[in-house]
Design a protein around this ligand. Structure first.
Ligand SMILES: NC(=O)C1=CN([C@@H]2O[C@H](COP(=O)(O)OP(=O)(O)OC[C@H]3O[C@@H](n4cnc5c(N)ncnc54)[C@H](OP(=O)(O)O)[C@@H]3O)[C@@H](O)[C@H]2O)[C@@H](O)CC1
Ligand SMILES: Nc1ncnc2c1ncn2[C@@H]1O[C@H](COP(=O)(O)OP(=O)(O)O)[C@@H](O)[C@H]1O
Ligand SMILES: [K+]
Length: 485
């Protein structure tokens, strides 16, 4: 599991650790990790040109001490001092090792840029001259190594106000910061390398968690000798309408290919015909009127994709929610819930899977605002609505009251195409039906869906049906041969 913390959590832990160590120890540990990472990136240190961007706080101190270590190994290191003050001992060590002060033009002659402008102490948008230096670093040919977090990224949320440094590598001290796992911050951090400074014993429960492939493999249900289709989990899909047939086909496909024992589909004539011809495996009920009578028992429902928002859709949603099994609500189902919150009043679990626009309808917050601070809005909605919220987008986040938010970055921007969300709802529904709770089902589905997207894309456009088709390959990649039984 990749775990990450807010700036306040890190500070509190650092405080406890620092009290037990001679002054400056932590910064020395941070700086030697940073210098080692820079050396690896440079390949050959001797004779290389390194430019440090140095702010007024300890982030700049880290950069100066690391610069001193690189200078001692024969690098030509220059420091652009951007703050109203500079870490004194760091600057002294840097100059003593042969480092030199320079103007902003040193950015252009660098082989490597070290961004020590601001770290966890940042507040608000970067001010001048930091702002200009960040842009100059982004425009330069040389790669940038960010110290702790790329300057301009809020360490606790991933939020960026104005400009931020675009790093090739972020060397983060003590523990990962939340903002390195959540876009837009995550997209600016590049590779993330963690330097152990001994903070571990002092860290609290994490703020956010990112599942690894091994975590997902351990959570995914697998059939065993005593399995049959009913015990493996039956998922019911209420999606599609005479106008939107594709959503039904994609949601059913996602559910079938993510390992449901059986998929029941219920809908009107047009989507029924499409689902029947595409997925002969599905057990289908053609509805004359909006009713679940005679559809059969399921262990979880997926409701909403392409369903429409009229009386028929509203009645189907109400009947699904009146059941006593977990329900995943997506797309049009969310529009209906936004109109009529009372529909959510049920005892059994609910997983909602909005994109930012749908969450905006549910909560009233602006779409851009949600995208800028995904964690805050997903957490807020989970608390307000009393459900598990899977907020889709470049970083998918899964929030449930009183648990660390799960974040997923396995996807690819190629997934931003119509219908891929319908596939995700089917995948997550299949995991719910197989017995995972909303939190695990949502976060494992996001991981698998992202990985399936990468497999389906391989760097080129994908289509939603191709993502569904790649779900078994994604599961195989995670679970390896042991999945064959
Ligand atoms: N503590 C430890 O043991 C260890 C800490 N470590 C390191 O210390 C870092 C934290 O250091 P920190 O607390 O000094 O804060 P930091 O991020 O350098 O910035 C603060 C200064 O930036 C400025 N500033 C703020 N916002 C700004 C803006 N928008 N635009 C422009 N300027 C802005 C503001 O300066 P002012 O404006 O007051 O001059 C403020 O004083 C941490 O990330 C890690 O790298 C490691 O060595 C491990 C051990
Ligand atoms: N920039 C992006 N990077 C990675 N994944 C993305 C990006 N944009 C969208 N996605 C993913 O693509 C899917 C789109 O879902 P959604 O918006 O519901 O589309 P639709 O309603 O057309 O099915 C979601 O799983 C989302 O996380
Ligand atoms: K930085």
């Amino acid at each position: 599991m990749r775990i990450a913390y807010t700036a306040d959590q890190i500070r509190a832990a650092e405080h406890q650790l620092m009290a037990r160590l001679p002054e400056g120890t932590l910064m020395q540990r941070a700086a030697s990790g940073l210098a080692a990472a820079c050396a690896t990136m440079l390949g050959k240190v001797y004779g290389s040109r390194v430019t440090l961007l140095v702010g007024s706080g300890d982030n700049g101190g880290d950069a100066l001490y690391a610069g001193a270590l690189l200078a001692r190994r024969g690098a030509r290191v220059e420091a652009v001092l951007a703050g109203s003050r500079t870490h004194e001992a760091g600057l002294e060590a840097f100059l003593l090792a042969g480092g030199r002060e320079a103007g902003a033009e040193a950015i252009e002659r660098a082989d490597l840029i070290v961004d020590g402008l601001v770290g966890i102490g940042v507040s608000g948008a970067l001010r001048e001259p930091y702002w200009g230096l960040a842009r100059a670093a982004n425009a330069a040919a040389a790669p940038t190594v960010a110290v702790d977090v790329p300057s301009g990224v809020d360490a606790s949320s991933g939020r960026v106000e104005g400009a931020a440094v675009e790093a090739a590598l972020t060397v983060t001290m003590g523990a990962r910061k939340t903002g390195l796992l959540v876009d837009p911050g995550a997209a600016l951090a590049g590779e993330v390398e963690l330097v152990d400074i001994g903070l571990g014993p002092y860290l609290p429960d994490p703020d956010v968690v990112g599942l690894t492939g091994a975590d997902v493999a351990a959570l995914l249900p697998r059939p065993a000798a005593e399995s049959d289709k009913y015990r493996r989990g039956v998922v019911g899909v209420v999606a599609g309408s005479d106008q939107y047939t594709g959503a039904a086909v994609l949601a059913v496909g996602g559910a079938l290919l993510a390992g449901a024992g059986m998929v029941r589909y219920a809908g009107p004539g047009e989507p029924v015909a499409q689902v029947r011809s595409r997925w002969p495996e599905a057990v289908i009920t053609e509805l004359e009127r909006p009713s679940l009578d005679g559809v059969g028992r399921v262990q979880a429902w997926v409701v909403g994709p392409g369903l429409g928002t009229g009386d028929w859709a509203r009645e189907m949603l109400a009947q699904v929610l009146a059941s006593d099994v977990p329900v995943l609500i997506d797309a049009d189902g969310l529009t209906l819930v936004a109109r009529e919150r009372d529909l959510l009043g049920r005892d059994a679990p609910v997983l909602v899977t909005p994109h930012a626009g749908e969450l905006s309808r549910l909560t009233g917050a602006g779409r851009d605002e949600i995208e800028a601070d995904r964690l805050k809005h997903a957490r807020g909605a989970a608390a307000d609505l009393g459900v598990t919220v899977l907020l889709k987008g470049s970083t998918t986040v899964v929030a449930e009251p009183d648990r660390p938010v799960r974040v997923n970055g396995t996807g690819t921007a190629w997934l931003a195409t119509g219908g891929t969300g319908d596939v995700l709802s089917g995948v997550a529904g299949a995991l719910l039906a197989q017995g995972l709770g909303c939190y695990d089902a949502g976060s494992c589905a996001a991981y698998l869906h992202g990985l399936a997207g990468r497999i389906a894309s391989s760097g080129a456009p994908l289509h939603a049906a191709g993502v569904a088709a790649a779900v078994p390959a994604a599961i195989r990649e995670l679970t390896g041969r042991s999945a064959s039984r």
